[in-house]
Write a protein that binds this ligand. Structure first.
Ligand code: FE
Ligand code: FE
Length: 168
């Protein structure tokens, strides 16, 4: 934040700032997912996290593509929100002994992450359209689609199996 003037003045500034926020968040998620893969017990959950790690790498590339299309530098800004979600995920999973309960905890944490990403991409898509950047909106919508799909699969896994096992 500048001393003499505020860095964010226009909707375009806010769009670029938020793009930098999700750029940072996606990279933190990329770093956190391998630990979640390690901790997961149910093979379908492990596989789901592995798949989403691959997708997350694609999300980072697409965000970089949007920076380039929009003529903005691909920089990160700290995002305390995602740091907090990931920190809490780590804390809670460290406190769970039972493997089945741990799987349920991992799903809950992963869904908090997905929902965070969904709010950011939803906002970014709306702002991109408002700014006349339907091209950027389309690329961001590809990321959003995968976050929504991942969230849906996690719900399905939790409700069909993981929560039942955790309750046994
Ligand atoms: Fe993502
Ligand atoms: Fe995600």
């Amino acid at each position: 934040m500048g001393f003499f003037s505020k860095d964010i003045e226009t909707l375009n500034d806010l769009f670029v700032h938020t793009l930098r926020d999700i750029y940072y968040a996606e990279q933190q998620i990329e770093k956190a997912l391998p630990q979640m893969i390690d901790k997961a017990t149910a093979p379908e959950l492990k596989a789901g996290f592995e798949k989403h790690l691959e997708q997350t790498r694609g999300h980072i590339r697409r965000v970089e593509q949007v920076f380039e299309m929009h003529g903005a530098e691909a920089e990160e800004v700290d995002c305390p929100a995602i740091d907090g979600i990931l920190e809490e995920a780590d804390d809670v999973s460290g406190d769970v002994d039972d493997k089945q309960v741990l799987d349920a905890a991992l799903i809950a944490s992963a869904q908090a992450v997905e929902h965070y990403e969904m709010t950011r991409y939803g906002t970014l898509i709306a702002w991109a359209k408002q700014l006349g950047r339907d091209d950027c909106a389309r690329v961001l919508a590809e990321n959003l689609k995968e976050e929504v799909e991942t969230d849906r699969k996690l719900t399905e896994m939790a409700e069909s199996k993981i929560n039942l096992r955790a309750a046994e």
